[in-house]
Ligand binder design. Structure first.
Ligand SMILES: [Zn+2]
Length: 244
């Protein structure tokens, strides 16, 4: 393939733009924030689950407390009924029975009230746990939002650079004949770098030094002829720096 040496040299500009586009793409895929986001999402989810679990415990305790209060109320009503009965005309037998029952009810009530007190103390502790878990969850949410914001900022910058470079590329492309551009793009897709400067006998793409035979061959090749690196396939652009 042949191409004007000046046009061949412009391939270096194209390769630079493409290298920059590759860097942008690589940066976007390997952003440390992406790993951090996954980690912080896990933390946030764990903290949220914890809040839900403690809230469930609290709800259960509230339900138990209501049940306990209802039972205490029932015992109290029964006591009141018995006392009212005692004030009326009762037989000696009924008197004994009622007093016995009142004793039992009183012990029952004390026991229920003790249980309720314990329950309320536990509820107070669990309420504190809920508050603590909520604040931890909020902190996790904030940290997650922060890292997402940082990611979005970097993505925004990368997008600006990408748009600019894509525009640069679109302006460069018409410089090249279709066959040369097609060759360049094919090598770039396969090997990553489509063209590079041959500098001091080294291929700028794979960094390998060309052997004497290869250098002699290139030296004897007309400047219009497109030459490629034997190692990596990149189009080698010759300039006075090439060491030929
Ligand atoms: Zn090479």
């Amino acid at each position: 393939m042949r191409a004007d040496p000046a046009v061949q040299r412009r391939l270096l500009d194209l390769a630079e733009v493409d290298a920059e586009l590759n860097r942008i793409d690589h940066r976007r895929r390997t952003l440390p924030e992406l790993v951090e986001i996954v980690e912080r999402e896990n933390v946030e989810r764990t903290k949220r689950d914890k809040v839900i679990a403690i809230q469930t415990t609290l709800r259960d305790l509230n339900r138990d407390a209501i049940r306990q209060e209802t039972e205490i109320e029932a015992v109290r009503a029964r006591e009141e009924r018995d006392r009212t009965l005692l004030q009326g005309n009762v037989s000696a037998r009924q008197l004994v029975d009622l007093e016995h029952e009142l004793g039992t009810l009183s012990r029952r009530q004390t026991s229920l009230e003790d249980d309720l007190l314990e329950l309320m103390e536990r509820r107070e502790a669990v309420e504190q746990d809920v508050a603590h878990a909520k604040s931890e969850h909020e902190a996790a949410e904030t940290a997650l939002a922060d890292v997402r914001k940082r990611r979005d900022e970097v993505f925004g910058d990368l997008e600006v650079s990408e748009i600019r470079r894509t525009k640069d590329r679109a302006q460069l492309v018409p410089v090249f004949p279709a066959d040369l551009l097609a060759l360049y793009d094919r090598i770039r897709k396969q090997k990553g770098i489509g063209a590079a400067l041959l500098r001091a006998r080294k291929c700028g793409a794979c960094r390998l030094e060309l052997d004497r035979n290869a250098i002699a061959h290139i030296r004897d090749t007309a400047p219009e002829e497109v030459v490629r690196c034997d190692e990596c396939g990149a189009i080698l652009v010759r300039t006075p720096e090439s060491g030929l």
